[in-house]
Each structure stands twice: as C-alpha cells, then as structure tokens.
Design a protein around this ligand. Structure first.
Ligand code: R5P
Length: 313
C-alpha cells in the first residue's frame, strides 16, 4: 500500500502559528501563490502537485474575518480541483460562532452559513478550538474536532501560587467551560449574571458563589472589546476578590482593549495564539500561550487515525 502524503498549507491570517505547527510536524509549509487583484478579488494557486495527498490548511478567522474566510474557501477549492484526496480545514479561531441562533425575528444563523460554505468548498473535516458553543458541531455533516486550550490553562495556573482560588464564568453561556477548568484545578465555581442590552455592551449584575478573599480566574472563550472581562473584574473586586486573573482562548482584542486591560482590575490576562497578536497590542498584563504543539499533535493523530481524547487530559 502506498503511504499517503501529508501536506500542510496556510492562509495568510496566522502564518506564525502555521510555522509552529509545521515545525512540530517536521514538514515544510506547502507553497501557495496568493494575490489580491486591484478590485479586491483573491487569487490562490497551489504551486506543487497535491494529487492524492492528505492536506491540512491552517487559517484562523480573526481581524479581517471576511477576507480570511474567503481566502480559506478559495484555497480549499484550489486543493480539491488539484485532486487532493482529503482536505482538513484547521481553523484555530472559528468566527461567526456567536451567531449560532436567532435571538430576534429576521436574524441570520451565520455560523450555520459558514459551516455550509466550508462544506460546499470541499472541506472533508474541520479542526477548531474552543468553539463558542459546542452544538455548532451539529451544523456540519462532516467530522469536526473541537480541541480545547483548557489543558494549557490548567498547567499555567497550577504553577501559580493562588490563594483560595475560584474559577468564575463571566456569563451563563460559559458555565460549562468554566466548570471544566474548575474541575481540573479542583476549585469551586462562581457565575456572573451578564446582560447584553446592545451588541458589544456588557452589563454584569450579580455573582452566584463566594469570591470574598479569594484569588479568581475568569474563564471565557473570546475577548473582543474586553467589556465582559473588565466589568466582571470590577464586580469581583467590589465583592472582595483578591487577585483577579483571566484565561481566555481567543484574544481578538479590538478597540483599545489592551490599554483598558492595563487600567483594569485584572492582574493577568492569559490568552492563546489562535489569533495573531499584533506587537502593538502586547501589554505587560497580557500573557500568550502557544497552541502550536496542540494543533500539530492533533493533525498527527488524525493522520495516523489515532484517538484525540487524551489531548484533553
Ligand atoms: C460571549 O458570550 C462570549 O463568550 C464572550 O464573553 C464575549 O464574546 C466577549 O466579548 P467582549 O470582550 O466584547 O465583551
């Protein structure tokens, strides 16, 4: 039986992370010619043959979300037309996941649309991390592996001398994730009740659980404007919390979130590099953990048809 070739490609959204994954797997990133036409159209050509290959394409969907998503679809299309045997879209940050249901009449369910488009483009499998809502897996009729950064956060916080630690979910939707971190760190859980009176506006009202004289870790999947985190931290401080840490997988950090982080009650915000972080956004209170080895190991196991579950331990 001939051995199938594993080929790794990357879009332009997070080349640094893609290179880390390539290094872990000890493969070269495949060459793609990617250009923009003067009207903004994207052109992508796979430089060498991928006929019969098992291809993984890494593309995170942050910052210029729509641009990078379209680029990913075009790369997948090019790979399929070049007779790649199977294409796995490795999407460290899966955008539009917060639009996963209708909350008002006449709204779209954009997460489902994104799933449809990936499938129509020819993706045979998707690998992602800390999906905003686990049930988005059901929007796909192809396999989806939803990896988690929780093992990285667990190791990180186990090395810090926390006093009476408690993990806090900043909203009801994040309870399962925060509870999973609390279980790993053997801490109690507290939950904040948050309202969203308007998009990107967060009002935190009450805490269920005891945080007085305790070090807290606010656990979330995404930090965009930081409004959720900073208002949660203020409330926690009012309720008598000691040191306030935060563990968030995807650091989008729009507006002036890094400056606000420096001024906030948060002692340290730990994120991952699922999205590239511009040098200008790196402030002293921000700590970035790499998911490169985790993604590399996941790709290796998928390719070898090994189980992924021990990656979550
Ligand atoms: C919401 O449900 C998410 O889990 C995050 O809490 C939210 O997206 C963070 O956004 P922001 O930083 O703008 O408050």
């Amino acid at each position: 039986m001939t051995q199938k070739i594993l080929a790794l490609y990357s879009g332009t959204s997070n080349l640094k992370l893609a290179k880390e994954v390539a290094e872990y797997l000890d493969v070269e990133l495949g060459e793609i010619e990617i250009r923009r036409f003067s009207d903004g159209e994207i052109y992508a050509r796979i430089v060498k043959s991928v006929r019969g290959a098992e291809v993984y394409v890494i593309q995170s969907l942050g910052n210029s979300v729509n641009e990078y998503f379209m680029e990913l679809l075009i790369i997948i299309d090019a790979l399929k037309r070049a007779s790649a045997e199977a294409v796995t879209a490795v999407i460290p940050y899966f955008a539009y996941a917060r639009q996963d249901r209708k909350t008002k009449s006449r709204e779209p369910i954009t997460a489902k649309l994104v799933a449809n488009l990936l499938t129509v483009a020819g993706a045979n499998r998707v690998v992602t991390m800390d999906l905003h809502a686990g049930q988005i897996q059901g929007f796909f009729d192809i396999p989806l592996d939803n990896l988690s950064a929780l093992p990285l956060f667990t190791r990180y916080f186990q090395d810090i001398d926390l006093k009476n630690p408690v993990v806090v979910s900043p909203d009801i939707g994040g309870v399962a994730r925060a509870k999973a971190l609390a279980n790993r760190l053997h801490t109690p859980l507290a939950i904040i009740y948050k309202r969203r009176p308007a998009p990107e506006v967060a009002e935190v009202e009450e805490i269920i659980g005891d945080v007085k004289n305790k070090d807290v870790i606010i656990c979330d999947d995404i930090v965009t404007t930081g409004n959720t985190l900073f208002s949660a931290a203020r409330l926690l401080r009012e309720k008598g919390a000691r040191d306030i840490y935060s563990a968030v997988t995807h650091g989008i950090l729009t507006n002036n979130a890094p400056e606000e982080l420096q001024k906030s009650e948060i002692k340290e915000l730990v994120i991952t590099n699922t999205l590239p972080i511009d040098e200008s956004k790196i402030v002293p209170k921000l700590k970035i953990l790499s998911v490169g080895s985790l993604l590399g190991e996941a790709i290796k196991r998928i390719s070898n048809k090994d189980s992924l579950s021990s990656l979550f331990d």
